[in-house]
Design a protein around this ligand. Structure first.
Ligand SMILES: Cc1ncc(COP(=O)(O)O)c(C=O)c1O
Length: 441
């Protein structure tokens, strides 16, 4: 039967007068998917099914929120148990304590834990905490890093024409949205990533004013860009030497790169670390963890952090089951995702080479992106903006859909390998890619 997404199209037309961009986030709408997004109906394991009955291997996995894939039986059971006995009490619960203790055992710096719902919220709390504890106003972030959609850091995190960025030595701060509180941005310093001398200069230019340096461990919102060797360690040392807190944003990398995230993988000791996405395995669960000396300022009367849904019982049940599965058999899930990712990335590299196409496959473990570029490597935001052909990537990804492979068509995002993905998924994906390329040539 010919591939059809007619029912998605009809559903999209119904949304036009009610849902903005057919969805609940601007990264899911027609701007990303071309004419209209595919309406998904159900998922199981590595597969996702749309309203037209098409089956896809899902490499998007809810932007990384599903480290075990769709509808993992132990997550389903945990959620059902919590739903049947009280989804949320907004009181202290034993399961919240259990998940916090598990985080303590997995995450090196997690002397204290506070739960939230989203990566954005955890980051907002981290920033307030850093300002409160240091008494300093400014936050330093990096070009191309995204830390959620709150005002303080929503700057220079979208892809821009290189001419809009200004000089590397004095980057133009490009607000990512209208409606931002511009005075909040006055206290935001923007620096190119993977460039230690630039960071050092920025720190020297603001003596005693910077509360925190905020960084992703792996740049995950401009494809996948790893840190240069020793860069994060250098950043950490610089922060420490200047009384600045180091906030490591592990919203993407948490429970994916290693049990203790980039912090463990790159042997870092940040003051604060934020998690989201993978923690709740499909439910909105985020966490702020860190050194007791800093985190204890959240105690009543200090730095305020509220939230009706924080630590919801149903989310905690899901997180507890998720962390159990992820760490089972001496963290076997991490070995699995790294192995599957290497096979898939090697297969893609081989395929593009055989086809004579200039596509760079950049990955760190189970996070990978295909970058349509002649460059041998993409090392930061500026190189991504200048050299990556995003339209070619979008066209390629959309051409995979009829062959049963689903990924985000946004070149600035990335694909995710989960525990549910198999060797067969790798083979079928590579076959699909080969057929899609043959058809488009
Ligand atoms: C690195 C990073 N931090 C924070 C966030 C915000 O998380 P959330 O979408 O859960 O608010 C994201 C979301 O993509 C992210 O990639």
């Amino acid at each position: 039967m010919a591939f059809s997404t007619e029912k998605s199209k009809q559903a999209y037309e119904r949304t036009i007068d009610v849902l903005i961009e057919a969805s609940s986030s601007s990264s899911r709408g027609p701007a990303t998917f071309g004419k209209y997004p595919i309406f998904m109906e159900r998922g199981r394991g590595s597969r996702i099914y749309d309203v037209d009955g098409n089956e896809y291997i899902d490499w998007m996995m809810a932007f990384g929120a599903l480290p075990l894939g769709h509808a993992h039986p132990e997550i389903v059971e945990a959620i059902a148990e919590a739903a049947a006995t009280g989804a949320h009490f907004a009181s202290a619960t034993p399961v919240e304590l259990e998940v916090a203790e598990t985080l303590q055992s997995m995450v090196p710096n997690a002397e204290r834990v506070r739960f939230a719902n989203t990566g954005t919220e955890a980051m907002m709390a981290a920033i307030r905490l850093a300002r409160g504890v240091t008494g300093r106003p400014k936050i330093l972030k990096f070009e191309g890093h995204y830390h959620g959609w709150h005002d303080d850091l929503l700057v220079s995190s979208n892809v821009m024409p290189p001419s809009a960025l200004g000089l590397r030595s004095d980057p133009i701060k490009v607000p990512d949205s209208s409606g931002l509180n511009r005075s909040a941005l006055d206290d935001t310093i923007v620096v190119p990533w993977n460039d230690l001398p630039a960071l050092q200069r920025a720190v020297e230019n603001h003596p005693g004013q910077i509360a925190a340096i905020v960084s992703e461990g792996i740049m995950a919102n401009m494809g996948v860009i790893p840190p240069a060797k020793g860069y994060l360690q250098g950043l950490q040392d610089l922060a420490k030497a200047n009384g600045i807190l180091f906030i490591l944003d592990e919203t993407v990398t948490g429970f994916r790169i290693a049990p203790g995230g980039c912090q463990e993988y790159y042997k870092l000791s940040p003051d604060l670390v934020t998690f989201g996405k993978a923690l709740g395995c499909g439910l909105p669960v985020a966490a702020l963890c860190g050194r007791a000396e800093v985190m204890d300022a959240l105690q009543w009367g200090g730095v305020l952090h509220y939230g009706t849904h924080n630590g919801s019982r149903i989310g905690m049940y899901a997180a507890r089951a998720n962390l159990r599965v992820l760490t089972r058999d001496n963290n076997a899930s991490f070995r699995h995702t790294w192995r599957i990712a290497e096979r898939l990335c090697d297969g893609y590299r081989d395929l593009f080479q055989r086809k004579g196409l200039a596509v760079l496959v950049q990955n760190v473990g189970p996070m990978f992106q295909l970058m349509f570029t002649e460059q041998p490597a993409i090392r930061d935001y500026r190189e991504f903006c200048e050299f990556v052909d995003r339209a070619a990537f979008q066209k390629f990804v959309l051409s995979l859909f009829p062959f049963g492979v689903y990924a985000s068509p946004s070149a600035a995002l990335h694909s995710i390998v989960t525990l549910a993905h198999t060797d067969e998924d790798v083979e079928r994906t590579l076959e699909a890619a080969e057929r899609a390329l043959e058809q488009s040539c």
